[in-house]
Design a protein around this ligand. Structure first.
Ligand code: AGP
Length: 607
């Protein structure tokens, strides 16, 4: 999604702004732009990659100590130079960058056009620059506060005015903004990654905040000009953690990091001798944990797949009814929340708008809301009643990999925590922890098969469709495998519960149709063997993920990937790894941009 960077201080800002934009590239964008204050407001914009913006600005005068920059992910109007941000008013006295959507922009535009304003872009955002110019009376923050009362929609907004050249005014409603504090230099960004190289002291703006940044300081008020104080946080991520570390792509780096990130997720939270878990972040006593009557889990995309796995785990082991909902559906229907319902909200970014709004809806209906997020200080993390950080570290590849396995790890810990307060025995709890501790090493063994998976990818790189089948715990993994493939390779792929195949998808099976079957040795093994035979009988191609030493399905398969044995409930953490690698290799062989697939954004902050 769109990204914002801003700086005002005592050093030339152009390079820092452009580097900041580069660190936001992973969020997905299709054009970019920069505005620097030097005698007036100089604006440069380009369609496509940030390297295009660098080409456009080469040799131009971008000297200046205050500036704002933007990466745009098109919503209103195609990706082109005119629609790229920054936008300005007719005289270029006001310049803005904006994330979010101004819902009443048509009405505002009509009114402004009637009083002589001329618009040049298709965007909703441009109206903000004209509104500010219309109402400006010498103080930018007063004007911004005034016009925000006229605006309906969502915004992460940064504004400059030619008459106040050292000032950036920022405002937030529904679209994240973070302020970085430096020495005689202050920073603004939609994502802390953009300014991490400059400062680690940040404050997160809340919805309704207006911030004024100058080289001397930062003031935050409400849009009604009530002074506010916001806590200063120290970021503990390094710049190294958001760089590729020798891998050709972030996605591959993140796939290979999983032995470590899974360990980071359970480190300090497992109690091996007690066969129990310690999840202090939940801030719930044993009695409160025992009193949970029903769980609702809200999420989108990959996080939703982790949630589905959470349902299977918690219902089987803790016996608590669980309902998994797409956040976007939950927020607009009339969900019933009874007393004793706890709502878990899963989001890697902690900024997904549908998930955030669903969380707010759940709270309005009386649920306690608990966040499972990766990004520290994200909106969901801050607005939830309590929660657990998954500790996967920054995930840059748009296709989620390590965040998924960390989400699943946390759901496993949660399952044991809840189950041990019900019927799970000490011995069972101890056994699960022992097996969980072995998972990172087992993943290493699967990662060693990357070259073998590359060979399989070469066979199937040109197919048009793919089917992924799994049963039980492996069904959410089939869904996740299919999503990974379609996201980055653009091959149409569907995940299905294996037994559902005969209710429709079996019609698609022919010698050109690859079917990936996850058939590890659990309770459903015998059944899935039957499903494999059904594919074989129709000459479909079979790629199977089987437990080490498995014979029968392997013999029926065209390609076999073996994964180590584990407890059934832990197998998904292993089974998903070859699917991530298969998608990565296929996408790369097709020449696609695996880290920034077309049309996708890392953090989906619009509906
Ligand atoms: C994952 O590969 C996707 N890019 C996407 O489905 C993602 O999981 C979804 O948008 C939810 O994001 P979140 O976890 O940050 O809320």
């Amino acid at each position: 999604m769109c990204g914002i960077v801003g700086i005002t201080g005592n050093k030339p800002v152009a390079d820092i702004l452009i580097n900041g934009l580069k660190r936001l590239e992973y969020r997905g964008y299709d054009s970019s732009g920069i505005a620097v204050s030097n005698g007036g407001l100089n604006i440069f914009k380009a369609k496509g990659k940030i390297s295009e913006l660098e080409n456009v600005t080469r040799g131009e005068n971008l000297e200046g100590l205050t500036g704002i920059a933007h990466t745009r992910w098109a919503t209103h109007g195609p990706p082109n130079v005119i629609n790229a941000h920054p936008h300005c008013d007719g005289n270029c006295d006001v310049v803005i960058v904006h994330n979010g959507i101004i819902e009443n922009f048509t009405a505002l535009k009509t009114r402004l056009a009637a009083s002589g304003h001329e618009f040049i872009s298709d965007t909703d955002s441009e109206v903000l620059a004209h509104l500010i110019s219309e109402y400006y009376e010498g103080c930018l923050e007063d004007t911004v506060r005034k016009i925000l009362h006229l605006v309906e929609g969502t915004y992460g907004l940064a504004v400059m005015h030619a008459d106040e050249p050292e000032k950036i005014v920022a405002a937030r409603l529904g679209s994240p903004l973070v302020v970085g504090l430096g020495e005689e230099c202050n920073y603004l960004a939609s994502d802390v990654a953009a300014i991490l190289g400059e400062t680690k002291r940040v404050l997160y703006l809340k919805d309704g905040d207006v911030a004024v940044l100058t080289p001397d300081g930062v003031d935050v008020t409400s849009i009604d000009n009530v002074p506010l104080s916001r806590e200063i946080n120290e970021i503990n991520w390094d710049l190294d953690q958001i760089q590729k570390g020798g891998y050709p792509h972030f996605m591959l780096k993140e796939i290979f990091e999983q032995p470590k990130t899974i360990r980071d997720s359970f480190r300090g939270r497992i109690l091996p001798e007690l066969g129990d878990m310690k999840l202090d972040g939940l801030e719930m006593s044993d009695t409160e944990l025992r009193e949970i009557k029903r769980i609702v889990i809200l999420a989108c995309g990959t996080s939703w797949h982790a949630a589905l796995l959470g349902e299977y785990l918690i219902e089987e082991h803790a016996g608590i009814p669980v309902e998994v909902e797409y956040a976007s559906e939950f927020r607009y229907r009339s969900p019933v929340i009874e007393p004793g319902t706890v709502c878990f909200v899963i989001s890697q970014s902690g900024e997904t708008l549908d998930t955030l709004e669903a969380m707010r809806e759940a709270r309005r209906r009386g649920a306690k809301v608990l966040g499972l997020t990766n990004v520290v200080g994200s909106t969901i993390a801050r607005e939830s009643d309590a929660g657990i950080y998954i500790h996967a570290g920054p995930e840059i590849g748009v296709a989620s990999t390590k965040a998924f396995t960390s989400q699943v790890t946390i759901l496993l810990l949660l399952t044991v925590l809840l189950a041990r307060r019900r019927n799970m025995s000490l011995v069972r709890g101890q056994r699960i922890i022992k097996e969980l501790e072995l998972i990172p090493e087992k993943i290493n063994k699967i990662l060693e098969q990357s070259d073998k998976i590359l060979e399989i990818a070469k066979v199937y790189k040109d197919v048009a469709n793919f089917l992924y089948l799994g049963r039980g715990y492996n069904f959410p993994i089939a869904l996740e495998g299919a999503l990974k493939l379609k996201e980055i390779s653009y091959i149409h792929a569907e995940g299905y519960p294996a037994a559902e195949m005969k209710h429709g998808p079996i019609a698609l099976i022919d010698p050109d149709m690859p079917v990936l079957v996850i058939s590890t040795s659990d309770g459903s093994y015998q059944k899935i063997k039957g499903n494999v035979q059904e594919v074989k009988a129709r000459e479909g191609k079979i790629i199977s993920i089987v437990s080490e030493g498995e014979k029968e399905i392997s013999e029926m398969s065209d390609h076999v990937i073996e994964i180590p044995e584990s407890l059934n409930m832990l197998t998904p953490l292993l089974a998903v790894i070859p699917l991530q690698l298969l998608s990565y290799h296929i996408a790369l062989l097709r020449g696609e941009n695996v880290d920034q697939p077309r049309n996708l954004a890392k953090s989906v902050t619009v509906e």
